[in-house]
Design a protein. Structure first.
Length: 399
């Protein structure tokens, strides 16, 4: 294992590294549990409500490749500021929506800005953190996201009482503006490299993808499966909560409790990745969601739904930072932002495919059947992820 530079101190960059993610995730955490319910308020059926949630992933998918090129040209700081401000506009639009179409358009825009935000955060961390500390630092970045997802639903449960579901969108808009403000004062470590590339010419996203196509196809399939599992979790749980007649406030609190467990595991996840390998945290993500989805039809009340949510959160928490770490391991020094854009594209395919697949199932089957089908597919995905991440670990031990 590579040694950590003795000059590096994570606390020196902690606020600028993790602050924007915590604050922005608070807004997203408030919105996610109630997004499908807001679509239902506006008259959407179950399949359409699931598709509205899926639009968040579709927006991420559409923006992932352009985001890599954008960050490579303007840098992490400017990308974060712009994405935060545009996300605030999207959340205001969602709060003002009076139709499902309007709400869907706002969610699509928010997904696009979120991809730029996440890619810029990952690129910044790779630039400033020594390689020997990479997994723990990126797990803490994933953990900062989880802290926001823990606080967000709790705040959402408070604002939804006096202002209704619209209130969570106002909360998210404010959080996005604050995140942009924090990013405004962060350092810009890639400035020199961008100046050099401006002289020699920026690599295109397509040229970087061609040069690294084997890695992107093989490990990209793992990213797709993990991302699909995570997206399915955040889409299916609110729909099941409504199915068993839980209130919006109860749904937010369940997500908050699950997020608390999720949040506590990010540093152990990084330690496991650095000391035991990537497979030890990648497999539990997919397996926990698969088993939880199979158990969901047995959950008939608040306590049972909470138990399933905690099981899924356990696996997801152990996988904190896994996608970013795998991407950082595989990324080249030259053309890194463009490569990470392609890497995020694979993740966004999964994040989009999970909810879209669920929406398609719900169009032709009852919710219970959709849970069982998704659970079986998840078990098959667990085998696939375990095989390829095991190979990654063996390769890392020999180099």
């Amino acid at each position: 294992m590579r040694r950590v530079s003795p000059e590096f101190r994570l606390r020196d960059v902690a606020v600028t590294a993790y602050g924007p993610t915590v604050v922005s995730a608070i807004g997203h955490g408030a919105v996610l549990p109630l997004l499908a319910l807001r679509a239902r308020e506006l008259g959407a059926d179950l399949g359409t409500a699931a598709f509205v949630v899926a639009l968040l992933g579709i927006g991420q998918l559409l923006a992932s490749l352009p985001a890599g090129a954008l960050v490579a040209r303007i840098g992490e700081r400017r990308a974060l500021v712009g994405a935060g401000l545009l996300d605030a506009v999207a959340m205001i639009g969602a709060g003002l929506s009076e139709t499902v179409l309007w709400l869907g358009a706002a969610v699509l825009l928010s997904g696009m800005t979120w991809t730029v935000f996440l890619l810029a955060r990952q690129q910044f961390m790779i630039e400033v953190v020594p390689e020997g500390y990479r997994a723990r630092a990126l797990s803490m970045l994933g953990g900062s996201h989880r802290i926001g997802l823990f606080v967000g639903p709790l705040l959402g449960a408070l604002v939804v009482q006096p202002w209704g579901i619209r209130g969570v969108f106002w909360l998210a808009a404010g959080a996005a503006v604050v995140a942009a403000g924090i990013a405004l004062v962060m350092p810009d470590p890639g400035a020199e490299g961008r100046r050099e590339q401006a002289v020699t010419g920026h690599l295109s996203v397509w040229s970087v993808m061609r040069a690294h196509r084997r890695v992107l196809v093989v490990l990209g399939s793992v990213v797709v499966v993990i991302s699909a599992s995570r997206a399915l979790r955040t889409t299916l749980l609110p729909l099941w909560a409504e199915h068993v007649h839980m209130t919006p406030a109860e749904t937010s609190l369940v997500f908050g409790v699950a997020a608390a467990l999720d949040m506590l595991l990010f540093y152990p996840a990084g330690w496991l990745m650095d000391h035991r390998g990537r497979q030890f945290v990648a497999v539990p993500v997919v397996l926990a969601v698969a088993v939880g989805t199979l158990l969901l039809p047995l959950a008939g009340g608040v306590l049972a739904v909470t138990a399933v949510a905690l099981l899924m959160a356990l696996g997801n928490g152990l996988g904190a930072g896994i996608l970013m770490t795998l991407g950082a391991d595989a990324s080249p020094r030259v053309g890194r932002a463009q490569f990470l854009g392609a890497w995020r594209f694979a993740g966004d395919v999964g994040a989009t495919g999970g909810p879209v697949g669920l929406a398609a199932l719900l169009a032709v089957t009852p919710l219970v059947v959709a849970c069982l089908v998704a659970g079986v597919i998840g078990l098959l995905g667990t085998v696939w992820v375990g095989y390829w991440t095991g190979r990654v670990d063996r390769l890392r031990r020999t180099t």
